[in-house]
Design a protein. Structure first.
Length: 226
């Protein structure tokens, strides 16, 4: 999956000389947490809602309201922004972006083109959308999580068994850290006629050293809400 297919390309930006007051208002009115900061059309930094909160006088300050507003109107974004942006390119993968965001403990990345022009923003939400799309969970699929031999052809053997029941495979995810020694854990999501599921389960379980550790179908009709 490529970043360019999931990033937001419609974005608000501010100039380095924009006042803190104006930037704060822009973020509140548009319900966003970060703004790219430009200088002569090029990315110069990023300012977050946390940066703006830290720059604002405390509510316990002895300043009166007029002094506070004057200070915020005079203070510029370039004085409070982070100028060391973590950036990737649109042709990079979504998986790479997720790794960078996890390791750097950030919730968004600026996306540049080959000429270092800002072309998009990628957020945690964008990555989640891509991941959900890739798994196929939204299609009401069955999922088998199978511990199988860590050998060439083992996944193909399981897939052939599934396809013999006229199933449509939606996604395959493989991991090693959570599997027993000598095995790999493979998650396969697929859609199939409900009358085939029990027989399919039995056939895969009968394969040598194949163990279905989970079989489920996510209930999506009444998801938790706030």
């Amino acid at each position: 999956m490529l970043i360019k297919d999931w990033m937001a390309t419609s974005m608000l930006t501010v100039d380095i000389n924009t006042s803190v007051m104006r930037a704060t208002r822009t973020m509140k009115e548009n319900n966003i947490r970060r703004l790219p900061v430009l200088s002569q059309g090029k990315l110069a930094g990023v300012v977050t809602d946390r940066d703006l909160k830290e720059a604002s006088p405390s509510s316990t300050s002895e300043m009166d309201i007029h002094e506070m507003y004057y200070l915020l109107s005079e203070m510029k974004i370039k004085d409070v922004m982070t100028d060391k942006c973590i950036c990737l390119q649109a042709e990079d993968t979504l998986e790479k972006a997720a790794l960078v965001m996890l390791e750097e403990k950030i919730s968004g990345i600026m996306i540049l083109d080959v000429d270092d022009n800002l072309v998009g923003l990628l957020s945690e939400t964008d990555i989640l959308r891509g991941f959900i799309h890739a798994t196929g969970i939204q299609d009401g699929a069955h999922q088998f999580v199978i511990d199988m031999p860590d050998l060439p052809g083992s996944v193909t053997q399981a897939l052939n068994t599934i396809r013999n029941h006229k199933a449509r495979v939606l996604s395959i995810l493989t991991s090693f850290e959570d599997a027993p020694p000598g095995l790999k854990r493979v998650s396969i999501r697929f859609t199939v006629d409900e009358t085939e599921v029990e027989q399919l389960h039995q056939e895969i379980s009968s394969l040598e050293n194949y163990n279905i550790v989970h079989h489920g179908k996510d209930e999506l009709r009444n998801l938790p809400t706030r």
